[in-house]
Design a protein around this ligand. Structure first.
Ligand SMILES: C[S@@+](CC[C@H](N)C(=O)[O-])C[C@H]1O[C@@H](n2cnc3c(N)ncnc32)[C@H](O)[C@@H]1O
Length: 254
């Protein structure tokens, strides 16, 4: 609790005012990631390796943008910093610990942008969301990476709709998920998408108690790699069950 309070207090002044309401959920993700570090390690390594393999194929490496960069756990940011002229990290919040780590590592070509990547405002206003259209303005863009962001956009929107919405999640979520996938597919550069697509609740006997779609009916793109991520290990929410997410990794979504 004390570490969380320090993280929150240190992140508050360095976070632009409109994004401060999101600090709390970033801090709670940070705590959870620390508690589950051992169970999440293989998933995080798979993500970093997939990005690394993509970079190895690339001759031109000027600017890379990372969407949902968060805690930089599944993004090989030191490698990106060495390989590219400029690295742009985009998220609602960049916690103080992440900023400090970047400074300590001396990664001078890394830029941080606070931005809502959901397209929520347009979707509820009845407009077509284009949450990635800002990428058209980024000069010399050679790679865009979206890592474990897509379904988190959905989680944030469900929370907002519960509080303030007069529209149903069933209407809005497929729109914003499709907009993210369509936005990536339409980019004139290399792309990496890593996202969870479905979940399974498993009991101590290995029985599948419940399964569900995290993409709200939007078809999951055909992956080049996929694996299971034990997002909620035994003991995290309950001693009696764990929750696994299926994760897909796709290069150059079209
Ligand atoms: C599961 S975490 C991703 C972890 C991150 N890639 C890492 O390496 O630690 C999801 C991230 O998406 C961000 N996020 C969720 N909704 C967002 C939105 N609407 N716009 C921008 N970022 C968002 C969260 O702040 C969080 O950092």
């Amino acid at each position: 609790m004390i570490l969380e309070a320090i993280q929150y207090a240190a992140s508050y002044p360095v976070t632009p005012t409109p994004f401060r309401p999101h600090i709390r959920s970033s801090v709670s993700l940070w705590s959870r990631a620390r508690r589950c570090a051992r169970d999440w390690a293989e998933h995080e390594e798979n993500c970093r390796r997939f990005v690394q393999q993509t970079i190895a194929e690339m001759k031109q490496r000027r600017t890379v943008v990372v969407l949902g960069s968060g805690l930089l756990r599944d993004v090989p940011v030191e490698l990106l910093s060495r390989a590219f002229d400029t690295v742009v990290l985009v998220d609602l919040v960049h916690l103080a610990s992440v900023r400090l780590w970047l400074k300590a590592k001396g990664l001078r070509n890394v830029r941080l942008i606070s931005r809502d990547l959901s397209g929520f405002e347009d979707a509820v206003a009845g407009k077509t969301p284009e949450p990635l259209s800002f990428l058209r303005q980024v000069p010399y863009l050679d790679l865009v990476i979206s890592t474990n962001l897509l379904t988190q956009i959905g989680v944030g929107i469900e929370r907002r709709l519960e509080k303030e919405g007069n529209q149903s999640a069933a209407e809005v979520l497929p729109q914003v998920i499709s907009a993210h996938l369509g936005g990536l597919a339409g980019l004139p550069c290399r792309t990496v998408l890593v996202t969870d697509t479905s979940y399974t609740v498993v009991d101590r006997g290995g029985n599948r108690e419940e399964e569900g779609d995290l993409l709200h009916g939007v078809p999951a793109p055909m992956p080049q790699q996929d694996w299971l991520w034990p997002v909620v290990p035994f003991g995290e929410e309950s001693r009696d069950y764990r929750i696994d997410h299926r994760v897909v990794a796709i290069r150059d979504l079209r």
